[in-house]
Design a protein around this ligand. Sequence first.
Ligand code: CTP
Length: 401
Amino acid sequence: MARVNGRRIIVGVTGGIAAYKSAELVRRLRRKGAEVRVVMTASAVEFITPLTMQALSGNPVHTSLLDSSAEAAMGHIELARWADAVLVAPASANFLARMAHGLADDLLATLCLATEAVVFVAPAMNRVMWAHPATQHNCQVLEQCGVKLLGPADGEQACGETGAGRMLEVEQLLDALSNHWQQGPLAGCRLLLTAGPTREAIDPVRYISNHSSGKMGYAVAEAAVDAGAEVVLVSGPTALACPSGVECLAVETTAEMSEAVKARAENCQIFIATAAVADYRPAAVQAKKIKKDTAVLLLSLERTEDVLSQVAARPDKPFCVGFAAETNDLEKYAQDKMQRKGLDMIAANLVGDGLGFNAPDNALTVLWSGGKQEIPRADKGIVARALITLIAERYHAQSSS
Ligand code: CTP
């Protein structure tokens, strides 16, 4: 169920007796670590109060397309963009019909039309309404549009009849969401990754660091989640937000990064070191600010821990991927680094010329024992996805050999 952790989920509630189960759904999603916003139709509020849903979701409930307060807090387009998934539970026959026709006559229907996130619907209605050709046709249309149908189940109905039309149980809805994020070439894989720079204090106001923005590492973390992996990202200071679905641990120094990685390396199958780790730190951190009272100031530096080599030396060593940023002799230095650090793969890039540090683009030469692939210059998100595909291929090839 870890896949739900950190996800942004909109729970849409339409009018139906099963709306009481939505309260439990929202409560369970929150407990699994999801961020939840609830959108209710006009009929839904006849069955369960927005106040209940607000208390359980921890967010204001959205009920109307033109509600100035909710709209001001987050408009329908913003909500549509915010979501990683929309789950309409219960979805009434009327709502399915409106959605199948692309109507945008209330907030929930508009949102479902305006979002690029995956939309799930959990139908709940009387068995005859469910079996009606119009409802069946609407569901076919929705499935063709990419909407995922969850249920309905067979059983006893609120109207006293028995048959197909019951909303799935909360547990089944949670499983469906979780499974959705468990597909992909890294499904079920635990992946640990470092990103960003590290900072080494000189005195209370100064430090040694580098130009790493963390963009490449964060893009790799995001691509890994999309490939189905469970991702922990240990990050030095960056201006980036933790990607959705990723567990982020913030660190500052190399020693902190090394400790955080050690604590999470057990049981991980893949380790990717994208961090630009400071190779040296001041041998002694001055307790007071250094004053400029000498013409020359000498700093004595000592080596920091090599986070990647430490992981690669573990008896339960995961598949280890390093990065190599070089200004010249790219392949030669990268090959050498791969061997020296005991890596399974290395992604090498040239720095400078609008590439690498703090740039939106990157290009990689990826090397592994007996193989090589170029990932051409592109946005870091695209490069990250290509890299993750390659890592998944090599990881599976290695673990099956
Ligand atoms: N790395 C690390 N810990 C360090 C230094 C580097 O985990 N203290 C990782 C980086 O995240 C990267 C890889 O090792 O994946 C290569 O880093 P680099 O600093 O370029 O390697 P070095 O062996 O230090 O080579 P160089 O002589 O170029 O500095």
